[in-house]
Ligand binder design. Structure first.
Ligand code: UD1
Length: 380
């Protein structure tokens, strides 16, 4: 049991932000010799939200795809749980690894907790302290259900301890999504600047709180349209490039909103998006992962949310929380265009090695678990 090749680790991914995190851990555990399998819940299913990431990130083809598709939170979560329970019963893994904070994460963790299969949560402990976000509910519950909690930064450790998680379960390993960025940035940069404007703001928007209400979405879009009319200190235009999430695309057309003047495109692949991000004058986003990537890249990030579960990107990174304050957006943007943007540093352990740290901790975890069985059977 203590030898990795006799330990079966099953990973669960479902939605776009899971893929770049799992890519790093799958690679590190494979190098450490673990036996692994991969379940895709099918929460995201469009080729440009899923398949292209598997290809570019060199993630092995999933052993199982539950094909749950879209639905209400309860429907989606229930479909994942029902499908995943059969997979766990059939495959009987020694440990299940879940990632991030999407519905697939909490659904898989809950199934495992009931079946008494140990769960490791990668990217544990992040908190926005805003329970109106579905992801916050997913984070809180997944952490309570997990046996091993791998955290990206010290604030996450503090959150978990405050919630009563025993300290021996918490492991500060760094940021696995940054592992993938470090690994693939050179390849992404080779793709750079094919047909895109020289100076641009890169926009992403998909949070239900920003896109599901027509008044909120209209206000955000009009401030983004105002960005597209900005000039920098050299009187150059600032184009707006906006790869649009399917949720946002549906809302924009449902509410009949005007987006003339913006460079709107379909969701991009990992390498295309990373190249665009690295070259952006500013990023405007409501994504969690992009706040971290822009901090690592040293690109100014204005976050269109009132709070963040990644406060370290504000404390020491390039991120500024704008909320829905359009005056603040205008002021912060003016600073950036005048070359007075906030300077940031890279958080500790965001160094490309988080996956390796997880592999070492898992080796030790299984060595410890193997020992009592071996002793009791008289092998030692
Ligand atoms: C989900 C995650 C969110 C994450 C985001 C990244 C939850 C609760 N939310 O939000 O944390 O930041 O993924 O993208 O898990 N759709 C498609 N094609 C797809 C997938 C979705 O067209 O491949 C459309 C469907 O209309 C669907 C909608 O997008 O109803 C929302 O998808 P869903 O997975 O429910 O949530 P996201 O908004 O993508």
């Amino acid at each position: 049991m203590s030898t990795p090749m006799f330990v079966h680790i099953l990973h669960v991914v479902g939605a776009r932000p899971n893929f770049m995190k799992a890519a790093s851990v799958l690679r590190a555990l494979s190098n450490a010799g673990f036996r692994q399998s991969l379940v895709h819940t099918g929460q995201h299913y469009d080729a440009n939200m899923s398949d292209v990431f598997f290809r570019e990130l060199e993630i092995p083809k999933p052993d199982v795809n539950l094909a749950v598709g879209s639905g209400s939170h309860a429907q989606q979560t229930a479909r994942i749980m029902t499908g995943f329970e059969s997979v766990v019963l059939e495959r009987n893994p020694d440990l299940v690894v879940v990632y991030g904070d999407v519905n697939s994460t909490v659904a898989a963790a809950l199934v495992c907790a009931k079946l008494q299969i140990p769960v490791a949560h990668v990217e544990a402990g992040l908190r926005s302290n805003d329970r109106s976000m579905p992801e916050e509910i997913n984070r809180l519950l997944t952490d309570q259900l997990s046996d091993l909690l791998f955290t990206p930064s010290e604030d996450a450790d503090r959150n978990l301890q405050r919630e009563g998680i025993p300290v021996e379960r918490i492991h500060l390993v760094g940021n696995v999504m940054i592992d993938t960025l470090v690994h693939l940035l050179p390849r992404a940069l080779k793709k750079k600047s094919k047909g895109f404007p020289a100076r641009y703001a890169l926009v992403t928007l998909h949070r239900p709180s920003n896109v599901d209400d027509p008044d909120v979405l209209r206000r955000i879009l009009s401030s983004i349209l105002a960005v597209s009319k900005k000039k920098d200190s050299n009187n150059q235009d600032l184009a707006v490039v906006f790869p649009m999430h399917p949720r946002t695309r549906v809302r924009v057309s449902q509410f009949g909103m005007v987006t003339d003047g913006l460079h709107i495109c379909d969701p991009l692949s990992y390498l295309e998006f990373l190249a665009l991000q690295a070259g952006a004058t500013v990023v405007l986003t409501d994504s969690g992962g992009i706040q971290e990537e822009s901090t690592f890249l040293g690109v100014p990030c204005l976050t269109l949310r009132a709070n963040t579960e990644r406060p370290i990107t504000v404390e020491i990174g390039t991120n500024v929380l704008i909320g829905n304050n359009t005056d603040r957006l205008r002021d912060e943007l003016a600073k950036i265009l005048n070359g007075q943007q906030k300077k940031g540093t890279i958080p500790p352990l965001w160094d490309g090695q988080a996956g390796e740290r997880i592999a070492r901790i898992l080796q030790q975890y299984f060595e410890k678990r193997a020992r009592p069985a071996a002793v009791s059977s008289g092998l030692i």
